[in-house]
Each structure stands twice: as structure tokens, then as C-alpha cells.
Design a protein around this ligand. Structure first.
Ligand SMILES: Nc1nc2c(ncn2[C@@H]2O[C@H](COP(=O)(O)OP(=O)(O)OP(=O)(O)O)[C@@H](O)[C@H]2O)c(=O)[nH]1
Length: 369
């Protein structure tokens, strides 16, 4: 249709994204306080209609007992509608089916919290939101919240696993967008400081909160837009994050192989070079000077792409990554790339040099043309 008069009559369409429902994944080691957190949320009068999906494998849960598995082994879910408008569902699979069923109840809720089991690595769950196209059309991953037990978290983080076996507690901290240190009543200041330092040595970019009985300020954990390139906060977060290599304080000898590494490189690179860089570090893998393979669990970055007027945010969880254009560069602004990696055996110089090579390739190509 053309003609300005006609256009003026057309009501403004609401972009599809606005109707998508955010999902926050709540993870944390056994007994850390995930259920306490969810119970708190479900009983508070917060004015939100939150649907909670409990992924229960533990024993003794009242909700678990109310579930049953059909004779043919199919999944049965227990749905509870609560007085404050929340919905609660207990499931026995990885939660995908439950989300799909939940979406049929559209309109009854405006937020989803998905609790993982204490022993789960949240990586595959986070990836699911990128690879399942049907899911992605209705919902989006808002962030990962990891609850840790102030008293026992260090012990879990320090637990040595056989080669190739992932320490789930480390993985949960590495992938967190928010870390809630719960049960602070059970530790003294020194223990708490030690834990803070160790958590920060693994993941120095996550927002950190400290609670008793998991009593959080809800806006601190919801609507983070942690994977949304369009949110100003995610750009700021990447720019304000501090890289941290082996700076953990305290007397514990934490297995420091999972760390946060941050670097900045001036200039721009072409889109194909950025993809090559991502493929190399995520898929082909690079080794550090000690000969160990760098294994990236989480990555986020703000990059500058040649001929693109906007910053491009790159997000990765394990081997999957995604690019999104975000805010405009100012004309006078120095083009800059800032990348944050959380993973195993990371070494800043190797990653930075590899990225610089991609930027320099572009500079030398444009110089010779
Ligand atoms: N002292 C103390 N105990 C707490 C606190 N928060 C929760 N608890 C208790 O810790 C125990 C475990 O809490 P849950 O909320 O069930 O932990 P969870 O992470 O859901 O545990 P799993 O489902 O087994 O993974 C319960 O007995 C809670 O009452 C706290 O801040 N301080």
C-alpha cells in the first residue's frame, strides 16, 4: 500500500517480540535454596503472573509425589493455579514439553521460571532456546540465575572430577547471569569473602546478590535481557566487566581452570572474519601455551563490523552462538571490540592475538585496495 494518507490510518503494529514470554532458568547445586526461592516468588504479591516449571528428580518432594507416570511411560504434569495468579507445574523431563504445553495457556501468565535439577549443567537448557525454532517463536531466554549455598558451595566447586567429567557446580556458576549466594546466616565474614573471591575468579561478569531464605528483590533477577543485543544494559555490562585471571583470594586451592578472560581490540572486522573467529574458538578449539584445549562455556562480546553502523553483540553458550545488531556507533567514536569469555584453560593472549589477526586482515585488505 502506498500514499501517506492511507499510512496514517494504519494502526501501529506491535512487534512480535513484545508478545514473547521471558524465561529465567533457575539453577544451583542440590540444597542451595532453589525451591526456597521459588516458594518465595510464588507466595509474594508481586503483581506478576509467573509460571513456574519445577524439574524435580529429587526424592521426598511433595510435588513430586503428586505426579504420576502413565503406563506407557508418557509424561504427566501437575498444574497448580495459585491465588496470586501464578501457575506452578511439576515435570519429569527437561522441561521443553512443559513449556510447549504451557504456551497453550497463553494469556494466563507473563513470565516463566524454569528450575533445573541440582545436578544439571544449564548449558544444554540455555542452548535449547536457540535451536528449537518453535519454542523461540513464543519465548526467549531472559537469563540464568544460579543459587549457591554459602556454606557448601566452595566444597562443591573444589570437588575434583575425573578428566572429561564436568563439575556441574562450576558450570552453573560459569553460566550464571546472576549468582545468589544464599544461606549467608551460616558463614562468617571471612568465609563469605573467600567465597566471593572464588566465585568472581570463575565468573567475574555475573551480578551477585547475597540472601537468607533466598529473599531476593525480584527486579534484580527478572527482565535481565541477558541475551538480548538490543538491551542497553547488556552492552554496558560487557563494557564494564572486568577480566579476571587467577585472582581468587583466600587460602583454598580452587581448580582454577575455569576463569573469566576479557580483552579489547580496536578497529573493525568483516562479518565473515568474526564468524571464522567464533568457529575456531568454539568448534575447532584452540590450545593455550601449556598445550591444554580452551573450552568455552559462555562468551559475550560487543564487536565492530565493517560497514555496519551498529554495534554487534555476540553471545555464545558452549558451541552455539548468535549475533545481534544493537546501538549505533557515534561518527567520532573509536571503533572497538570487547569480548568476555568464561571457560576452561583460557589464556587471554592467545584469544586476543587470534582476534587481532582478523581485524588486521581487514586493515591490510582495505589498505591495499
Ligand atoms: N540456614 C538456612 N537454611 C536455608 C536458607 N535457605 C534455604 N534453607 C534451607 O535449606 C534447605 C534446602 O533448601 P531448598 O530450597 O530445598 O534447596 P534446593 O536447591 O531446592 O534443593 P534440591 O531441590 O535438593 O536441589 C531447606 O531445608 C531450606 O529450608 C537460608 O538462607 N539459611
Amino acid at each position: 500500500m502506498s500514499g501517506s494518507e492511507d499510512e496514517e490510518c494504519i494502526p501501529e503494529l506491535v512487534p512480535a517480540e513484545i508478545t514473547k514470554v521471558p524465561v529465567t532458568v533457575i539453577t544451583g547445586f542440590l540444597g542451595a535454596g532453589k525451591t526456597t526461592l521459588l516458594n518465595y516468588i510464588l507466595t509474594e504479591q508481586h503483581g506478576k503472573r509467573i509460571a513456574v516449571i519445577l524439574n524435580e528428580f529429587g526424592e521426598g518432594s511433595a510435588i513430586e509425589k503428586s505426579m504420576s507416570i502413565g503406563q506407557s511411560g508418557e509424561l504427566y504434569e501437575e498444574w497448580l493455579e495459585l491465588r496470586n495468579g501464578c501457575l506452578c507445574c511439576s515435570v519429569k523431563d527437561n522441561g521443553v514439553q512443559a513449556i510447549e504445553n504451557l504456551m497453550k495457556k497463553k494469556g494466563k501468565f507473563d513470565y516463566i521460571l524454569l528450575e533445573t535439577t541440582g545436578l544439571a549443567d544449564p548449558g544444554p537448557i540455555a542452548s535449547m532456546f536457540w535451536i528449537d525454532e518453535e519454542l523461540c517463536s513464543d519465548i526467549y531466554l531472559d537469563g540464568i540465575v544460579t543459587v549457591v549455598d554459602a556454606k557448601f558451595c566452595l566444597q562443591h566447586l573444589l570437588e575434583q572430577k575425573p578428566d572429561g567429567v564436568i563439575n556441574e557446580a562450576v558450570s552453573q556458576v560459569a553460566l550464571a547471569d546472576v549468582i545468589i549466594i544464599n544461606k549467608t546466616d551460616l558463614v562468617n565474614d571471612e568465609e563469605l569473602n573467600d567465597l566471593r573471591a572464588q566465585l568472581s575468579s570463575i565468573n567475574s561478569v555475573a551480578r551477585r546478590m547475597e540472601t537468607q531464605q533466598a529473599q531476593v528483590d525480584l527486579p534484580q533477577i527478572l527482565d535481565l535481557n541477558a541475551y538480548d543485543g538490543r538491551s542497553r544494559s547488556s552492552v554496558d555490562e560487557i563494557f564494564n566487566s572486568k577480566g579476571n585471571q587467577n585472582t581468587a583470594g583466600g587460602s583454598h586451592h580452587l581448580d582454577k581452570t575455569v576463569t573469566t578472560v576479557t580483552f579489547e581490540v580496536e578497529g573493525s572486522l568483516i562479518k565473515a572474519a568474526l564468524n571464522e573467529f567464533m568457529d575456531t574458538v568454539l568448534w575447532e578449539k584452540v590450545t593455550n601455551p601449556g598445550g591444554n584445549t580452551m573450552d568455552i562455556l559462555r562468551m559475550k562480546g560487543v564487536t565492530s563490523i565493517v560497514d555496519c553502523p551498529r554495534r554487534v553483540i555476540v553471545q555464545a553458550v558452549h558451541e552455539l552462538y548468535d549475533r545481534q545488531e544493537t546501538t549505533l556507533w557515534e561518527e567520532s567514536e573509536q571503533r572497538m571490540n570487547r569480548l568476555v569469555f568464561i571457560g576452561k584453560n583460557l589464556e587471554k593472549e592467545t584469544l586476543q592475538n587470534l582476534f587481532m589477526m582478523k581485524v588486521e586482515e581487514q586493515t591490510s585488505n582495505s589498505g591495499s585496495s
